[in-house]
Design a protein around this ligand. Structure first.
Ligand code: HEC
Length: 243
């Protein structure tokens, strides 16, 4: 062993060759899984993109640092699956730029929190968690109900997402600001437009309980309610044993 090292150091070329071999082992381990990425990422033909209102909510989630206490990734461990639902699939994060898997759980995982609570509950909870969960340690986000949502730049956000591979159509980008308004205002022509562009399964309703105004609360609740519901892939039969 030490004799090999001694001899190697005396041969410059031998040492270089050996270093290249050893260093490339780490590289191969990192690169090899990418060769099978097509088989690793499941197919999900029913997967839809985030609506402009949900994108705005996601941006607020990032701005407020929710990811510092909440993960969005259910691991393949029995206790996680029993608590949170089917484990997360790679395809479910394909439109997440940046991904928000997180690495810390001060609060619970949120990957499947969509539809777990009512919009009212989410609004009350974000406004002051202690109103619904007396022992909660989560901070209160009171300004979300006060702040009007900025929508004029949403088209640009969708364009940026399209640059990194999210398949937004020109029509979706042009109508982004209108669709954000429409998703929180059912029974309006703008609301109908959201169904046309994002499918019938989209949630169109007043999320924060105040119909006239579009607030940051509307956006964040719309985003939370779609978590885990962009595709049904994780609930397919081959995942049945995990449920
Ligand atoms: C300091 C850590 C912390 C931060 C930051 C934080 N949370 Fe929480 N969150 C918690 C804790 C602890 C709980 C569990 C108690 C409760 O329900 O309030 C929780 C619970 C939740 C729940 C209920 C989950 C469930 O399945 O019951 C949701 C939804 C939620 N948080 C969303 C958010 C959002 C959105 C943000 C950012 C605006 C955020 N949290 C920021 C700690 C945090």
């Amino acid at each position: 062993m030490f004799g090999l090292h001694y001899n190697l150091e005396r041969s410059a070329i031998g040492l270089v060759v050996f270093i290249v071999i050893v260093a490339s082992i780490g590289g191969l381990i990192e690169i090899a899984p990418l060769f099978s990425i097509d088989e690793t990422v499941e197919e999900a033909p029913d997967m839809r993109v985030y609506t402009p209102l949900e994108v705005a909510g996601r941006n607020i989630y990032i701005r407020e640092g929710c990811y510092a206490c909440h993960s969005q990734m259910i691991r393949t461990l029995r206790d996680e699956v029993e608590r949170y639902g089917p484990y997360s699939l790679a395809v479910e994060s394909s439109y997440d730029h940046p991904m928000l898997w997180g690495s810390k759980r001060t609060g619970p995982d949120l990957a499947r929190v969509g539809n777990k609570y009512s919009d009212d509950w989410q609004t009350l909870h974000l406004n002051n968690p202690r109103d619904v969960v007396p022992e909660s340690k989560m901070p209160a986000y009171r300004w979300l109900l006060r702040n009007s949502l900025r929508t004029d730049d949403l088209g640009e956000h969708l364009t940026a997402l399209r640059t990194v591979g999210v398949p937004y159509s020109d029509e979706q980008i042009v109508n982004a600001s209108l669709d954000a308004f429409g998703q929180a205002n059912p029974d309006t022509p703008e609301g109908d437009g959201v169904f046309e562009r994002y499918g019938d399964a989209t949630n169109v309703r007043t999320f924060d309980g105040v119909p006239e105004r579009l607030t940051e609360m509307d956006a964040l609740v719309a985003y939370l309610q779609i978590l885990g519901n962009l595709t049904n892939a994780a609930h397919q039969p081959n995942q049945a044993e995990a449920e």
